[in-house]
Write a protein that binds this ligand. Structure first.
Ligand code: 13P
Ligand code: SF4
Length: 361
C-alpha cells in the first residue's frame, strides 16, 4: 500500500519532471505588426468557417486575449471558461490556456470539438498529482470527502467528490465542513492551507505547488509597498501563506480584477501571473499596477511571474490548430462521464451561491 512518504517521493520525482518539461518549452518567434495582423485576420475567418469560438485565460498572451475580444470570444478565469464553453452555441471551442482547461471544456461539452494551440501546455499542479498515487491516498482515507482543484487531470477529477476553482474553493469547503465532513484536498498545498485557515475544516493536504505563485516573496512585497505605500496588495491564493497574510485581497484572477476596478486605491501590487495585466490595464486605465517581486530575476527565477505553459499559447499555434484541426482534446468517454459528476456539482454550487472576494481592503 502507498503511504504519504511514497507520495512525497513521487513529488520529488515530479519536480524533476517539471524542470525537464520547462527545459523543453520552445516559445515561438516574435512577430512583427504585419504578421500579427495577418494571423489575426486569418484566424477570424477560420473561426467563422469552422463555427468556432475562442476562449482564453487571463494569463495567455495579450494578443490572444485581444483576439478573443475582437472575434466575439471570451477571456476569463478557469471557472468562467468552463461555464462559457458549456453554454457556447458554437460547435468548436478553441481553448487558449493549459491542458486541464481544454479537458474540462471537453468533459462539459462532449459533443463539441475542443482544440488547443498546443496540447503540451500542462501545469505544475497537474504534474504533481499522478492518479495512481492520488487514488491510493484517497483509498487510505475512505472517511474523507475528496475535493480537488480544477488544475488536475481528468482522471484525478474522476476520483473526486468535488472539483473547485480558486473562486469558490473556500465556499465549497465551508459548506462541507458545516455538514461535519472531513476533507482530502489536492493538489495545491498553499491554496489548501488558505482554505483550511478560512474554513476551519479538517483537511489532509496534498503536497503540490504552482511554480509561478510559489516564487512570490512576502519580504519583496513589503519592500515594494514601502516604495508605494498606498498600493493595495492583490494575491492569488496559490501564493505562499506569508504572501497571503499581508495581502489586502486574496482571490481568483477574476476576483483580483474586480478588486482592482472597485477598490478606491490608485495603485496595486499584483501577486499573480503577469498575463493578467492586459485586463487590469484595460479595465482600470488610470490606475497603476506593479508586478509582485519573485524569488529572483531572469535566469535566477523559475517562472518570473509568467506561467511557461500559458506562454506556449501563440497566434501561430492557434492558427495551425484551427486550420488543420490538430491538437484536438480527447478525454476517454467513461472517464469523462465520471469526471463530469464533481464538475457539475461545482457549476451547480456556483450557480446557487453568490461568489465573494476575501480580504481586508
Ligand atoms: P483561476 O481559476 O483564478 O483563473 O486560476 C487558474 C490558475 O491556473 C491560476 O494559476
Ligand atoms: Fe498551473 Fe501555476 Fe501555470 Fe496556473 S500559473 S496553470 S497553477 S503552473
Amino acid at each position: 500500500m502507498n503511504t504519504e512518504s511514497d507520495a512525497v517521493n513521487t513529488l520529488a520525482a515530479d519536480s524533476q519532471l517539471v524542470r525537464k518539461h520547462l527545459a523543453a518549452v520552445n516559445l515561438s518567434a516574435q512577430m512583427d505588426a504585419e504578421q500579427i495582423a495577418d494571423y489575426k485576420a486569418r484566424i477570424k475567418v477560420l473561426l467563422k468557417e469552422k463555427d468556432a469560438v475562442l476562449v482564453a485565460h487571463y494569463y495567455t498572451d495579450a494578443l490572444l486575449q485581444e483576439l478573443a475580444e475582437e472575434s466575439g470570444g471570451f477571456i476569463s478565469d478557469s471557472l468562467e471558461m468552463a461555464r462559457f464553453g458549456r453554454d457556447a452555441k458554437e460547435t468548436t471551442l478553441v481553448v487558449a490556456g493549459v491542458r486541464f482547461m481544454g479537458e474540462t471544456a471537453s468533459i462539459l461539452s462532449p459533443d463539441k470539438t475542443v482544440l488547443m494551440p498546443t496540447l503540451e501546455a500542462t501545469c505544475s499542479l497537474d504534474l504533481a498529482c499522478p492518479i495512481d498515487d492520488f487514488a491510493a491516498f484517497c483509498d487510505a482515507h475512505p472517511d474523507r470527502e475528496v475535493v480537488v482543484y480544477a488544475n488536475t487531470s481528468a482522471a484525478v477529477k474522476a476520483r473526486a467528490d468535488w472539483v473547485v476553482t480558486s473562486s469558490i474553493a473556500v465556499d465549497v469547503v465551508e459548506h462541507l465542513a458545516a455538514q461535519g465532513k472531513k476533507i482530502i484536498w489536492a493538489p495545491d498545498k498553499h491554496l489548501g492551507s488558505y482554505i483550511q485557515k478560512r474554513s476551519g475544516a479538517d483537511m489532509l493536504l496534498w503536497d503540490g505547488a504552482c511554480i509561478v505563485h510559489e516564487e512570490f516573496k512576502a519580504k519583496g512585497l513589503l519592500d515594494l509597498r514601502a516604495v508605494h505605500p498606498d498600493a493595495a496588495i492583490l494575491a492569488h491564493p496559490e501564493s505562499p501563506a506569508a504572501v497571503l497574510d499581508i495581502a489586502d485581497v486574496v482571490g481568483s484572477t477574476t476576483q483580483i480584477i474586480n478588486a482592482a476596478v472597485n477598490l478606491p486605491n490608485e495603485s496595486f501590487i499584483v501577486a499573480t501571473d503577469k498575463g493578467i495585466f492586459y485586463k487590469l490595464q484595460q479595465l482600470a486605465p488610470n490606475k497603476r499596477f506593479y508586478i509582485a517581486p519573485t524569488a529572483g530575476n531572469d535566469a535566477t527565477c523559475r517562472s518570473c511571474a509568467h506561467c511557461p505553459w500559458m506562454a506556449m499559447n501563440s497566434l501561430d499555434r492557434l492558427y495551425q490548430s484551427l486550420l488543420s484541426g490538430s491538437n484536438r482534446v480527447s478525454v476517454d468517454r467513461e472517464l469523462a462521464k465520471r469526471a463530469m459528476i464533481p464538475l457539475q456539482r461545482m457549476l451547480d454550487f456556483s450557480a446557487q451561491h453568490k461568489l465573494r472576494v476575501a480580504g481586508k481592503a
